[in-house]
Design a protein around this ligand. Structure first.
Ligand code: ADP
Length: 245
């Protein structure tokens, strides 16, 4: 059974549909990149996958033990987050908030999980530092550790390398590959960078009002949509979607 299955899903704001006819699954261990131009509905879909936004039509089914509050989420960066006046350790530990239920304090298990994720990402030495004093790349590692505290199954990353320089971006992508491969955590990443997406991801979902393509990264490379976007051509391919659900 899939971790998440979207069946004929349409999503919108106040009756204005943004994306429609989404049919795809995310399975254990998958690395799915969601690509598409600005305004194509990527972030809107992310909100619905997290259960923060209702769908207008169709349904999103969670399976294989995954609950929507057990998806580790790394949101698009905002200035508020960048200036967060807390220690790195506190930021990472706050990833446990969703799973804590109504318990008023962090448990020993929460704390050891935070320490474990800091270690996993090689940032234990930053634990006592103030989050806002870190470099952009360090901040993204910390927010990744925070997201990992919230899940054993799936990470959802919304444009995680925006503003990072090429070397730090490459390191971040490598980290995501390692987490996906070694920790067996499914990765769903919204990305502008189709070239890197096809290199790293197992599957591609290309949105443009509807699902322009869903299938494996290899199939995407060979597809009409993939060829058009990978060659750098910016024109739209809107006459009929392609899918290998
Ligand atoms: P993407 O992430 O692909 O750039 P979004 O999901 O952010 O696209 O936006 C898709 C469309 O939905 C855009 O036309 C955007 O203007 C609209 N939209 C996004 N958020 C809201 C909102 N809170 N209320 C109304 N419309 C919105």
């Amino acid at each position: 059974m899939a971790l998440i299955r979207c069946e004929n899903v349409s999503i919108g704001y106040e009756g204005q549909t943004v994306v429609r006819e989404l049919d795809f699954s995310i399975n254990v261990g998958d690395y799915l990149c969601i690509v598409g131009e600005n305004g194509s509905g990527k972030s809107t879909l992310v909100k619905s996958l997290l259960g923060l936004k209702n769908v207008e039509k169709g349904r999103i089914i969670y399976g294989d033990g995954l609950k929507k509050n057990e998806i580790g989420y790394l949101p698009q960066q905002t200035d508020v987050q960048r200036d967060f006046p807390a220690s790195v350790y506190e930021v990472v530990l706050s990833g446990r908030l969703n799973s804590r239920g109504f318990k008023p304090f962090y448990t020993a298990a929460d704390k050891s999980m935070a320490a474990e994720k800091l270690e996993l990402l090689g940032i234990s030495d930053l634990a006592g530092m103030c989050f806002r004093d870190l470099s952009g790349g360090q901040k993204q590692r910390v927010l990744l550790a925070r997201a990992l505290c919230a899940t054993k199954t799936m990470l959802l990353l919304d444009e995680p390398v925006t503003g990072l320089d090429p070397i730090v971006t490459a390191e971040f992508y490598q980290l995501i590959r390692r987490i996906n491969h070694d920790e067996k955590i499914a990765v769903v990443m919204v990305s502008h960078d189709i070239e890197s997406a096809v290199e790293d991801a197992s599957h591609i979902l290309h949105l443009q009002e509807k699902m322009l393509f869903f299938g494996s990264a290899e199939e995407y490379r060979e597809s009409r949509v993939g060829k058009s976007f990978l060659s750098g051509a910016e024109h739209s391919v809107s006459d009929g979607g392609e899918s290998n659900v």
